[in-house]
Design a protein around this ligand. Structure first.
Ligand SMILES: Cc1ncc(COP(=O)(O)O)c(C=O)c1O
Length: 386
C-alpha cells in the first residue's frame, strides 16, 4: 500500500507498528522495541499515558473542532498555562513546527517593517533546520533540503553557529530577526554555548532585532527545564514550539513578548490551530511535564545516560564524541549512523540519526532508569557486533 499509494518522500524502517506502552512499541508480530526516538522527540510522555488517554476519551465526547471563529475554553486554558510558565505575553496556535517558524518569521518581518522598509533580513546559522515550508526552508542552511525548490534566500544571512563575532559583524539596520535552535537537532545535535546565546540576546536588544528561539525539538522539558531557554538562562523575544507540546497530537505554537506583539487582526491564521481536542491534550502534557519533580527526573536521567555513554566511549573506539543537553544527546560515530540504526532494529531498539555519522537519542522523557541501563547494554553489544 505504501509503495502503491504514498509519495515516496521518506526512508522508512521495515517495521509495522501497532501499539505502544510507556517507552515501548510493539510490531504486528508482537515483538517489543525500546524506543529511543519517541516519534522524533514528540512522545515525551511515551505511549498510552493514562492521563492522556483519559483526556482524549473525555474531550472526544465533548468537542473536537470549531475553527477560530469562536471561543473554546480549552484553547484559553492552554494559552493561560503557557503564558504563566513563560516570560512572554501572548501565544499563537498552529499545527506543526514549520508553521510555528513561519509565524515567528512573519512576526520578525512585520516588526522590521514597522521600523523601516529595509529592515527585512533574517540571520540564521549553518547546520540549522527549521522545517519544510518555503519560509522555514529559507532559514534552513543545509543545501540538501533546499535544492530543487528555488528557495528565496535573498533576505537571509547565514552565520556560523556559536560564532558571535561573525553575527556581530553582520548586524545592520536591515536585520529584523535572528533565528536559532538553542540545541541544533537535525543538523547533528550541536548545543549553543551560553555566551553565544546570551550574546545574540544582547545584539537583538540593542539593535531593534527580534531574537527567535526555535525550541521545536529541544523544548518542552527535553532540557530538564520546561522551555529550553530556561536551561540557557536567555529569554528570547519569540519561542517556537511543537513536537513535545502535544505528546503525539499535532500542535505548534509560538510565544511572543511585548516587544514582539506585532501581529494583529487579519495578519495570520490557521483553520485547525488551537482546536479543543488538541488543546485539551496539550494542556494535560504541559501540566505533567512542567512539574518540578518531572523536570528534576529528566536532569537525573540525562546525567545517567551521558555518564553511561562516556564510559562506553572509553571502551569502544567507534564513538568519536558524545554531546547534547538533557535528553537530547548526539553520539558522533566513526561508522555510519544508519548501520547502527539498522543493527538497533535487529536488537529490538529503535534509534534515529541526525546526519550521516551522528546517532541521536531523544527518548520519551518518562523513560525509566532501568530502561536507560538496558539501552546502554544493548548499544554496547551493537557496537561490539559492528
Ligand atoms: C528545530 C526544528 N524546527 C522545526 C521543525 C519542523 O517541525 P515539523 O516537522 O513539525 O514541521 C523541526 C522538525 O524536526 C525541528 O527540529
Amino acid at each position: 500500500m505504501y509503495s502503491e499509494y504514498i509519495l515516496n518522500t521518506y526512508k522508512r524502517n521495515e517495521l509495522l507498528l501497532k501499539k505502544g506502552h510507556g517507552s515501548w512499541l510493539m510490531d504486528h508480530l508482537d515483538n517489543e522495541y525500546l524506543d529511543m526516538v519517541a516519534g522524533i522527540a514528540v512522545n515525551s510522555l511515551g505511549y498510552s499515558h493514562p492521563k492522556l488517554v483519559a483526556v482524549m476519551k473525555e474531550q472526544s465526547e465533548l468537542l473536537w473542532h470549531v475553527s477560530n471563529l469562536y471561543w473554546t475554553k480549552e484553547q484559553g486554558v492552554l494559552a493561560e498555562k503557557l503564558i504563566e510558565l513563560s516570560d512572554h505575553s501572548k501565544v499563537f496556535f498552529c499545527n506543526s513546527g514549520t508553521e510555528a517558524v513561519e509565524g515567528a518569521l512573519k512576526t520578525a518581518k512585520k516588526y522590521g517593517q514597522n521600523i523601516n522598509v529595509q529592515k527585512k533580513k533574517v540571520i540564521c546559522f549553518n547546520h540549522s533546520f527549521h522545517g519544510r515550508t518555503l519560509g522555514a526552508l529559507s532559514v534552513t542552511a543545509q543545501e540538501k533540503y533546499l535544492k530543487s525548490f528555488g528557495v528565496n534566500t535573498e533576505d537571509v544571512i547565514v552565520c556560523e553557529f556559536n560564532n558571535l563575532e561573525e553575527v556581530t559583524s553582520k548586524i545592520s539596520d536591515e536585520i529584523c530577526g535572528i533565528i536559532v535552535e538553542p540545541v541544533q537537532g537535525e543538523g547533528g545535535i550541536y548545543p549553543g554555548t551560553q555566551g553565544f546565546l546570551s550574546g545574540l540576546k544582547t545584539l537583538a536588544d540593542s539593535n531593534d532585532i527580534l531574537l527567535i528561539f526555535d525550541e521545536v525539538q529541544c523544548g518542552i522539558g527535553r532540557m530538564g527545564t520546561f522551555f529550553a531557554y530556561e536551561h540557557f538562562n536567555v529569554v528570547p523575544d519569540v519561542v517556537c514550539m511543537a513536537k513535545g507540546l502535544g505528546g503525539g497530537v499535532p500542535i505548534g505554537a509560538f510565544l511572543v513578548n511585548k516587544k514582539a506583539e506585532v501581529l494583529t487582526y487579519g495578519d495570520h491564521g490557521s483553520t485547525f490551530g488551537g482546536n479543543p481536542l488538541i488543546c485539551s491534550l496539550s494542556k494535560a502534557v504541559v501540566d505533567e511535564i512542567s512539574k518540578k519533580e518531572f523536570l528534576k527526573e529528566v536532569k537525573l536521567k540525562s546525567k545517567k545516560l551521558k555518564e553511561g555513554l562516556l564510559i562506553l566511549k572509553e571502551k569502544n573506539n567507534l564513538i568519536r564524541e558524545v554531546r547534547g543537553e538533557g535528553l537530547m544527546i548526539g553520539i558522533e560515530l566513526k561508522t555510519k549512523a544508519s548501520e547502527v540504526v539498522e543493527a538497533g532494529l535487529k536488537n529490538n531498539l529503535l534509534l534515529i540519526s541526525a546526519g550521516e555519522y551522528v546517532l541521536r537519542l531523544v527518548p520519551p522523557l518518562i523513560i525509566k532508569e532501568q530502561e536507560i541501563e538496558l539501552f546502554l547494554n544493548k548499544f554496547e553489544d551493537i557496537l561490539k557486533q559492528l
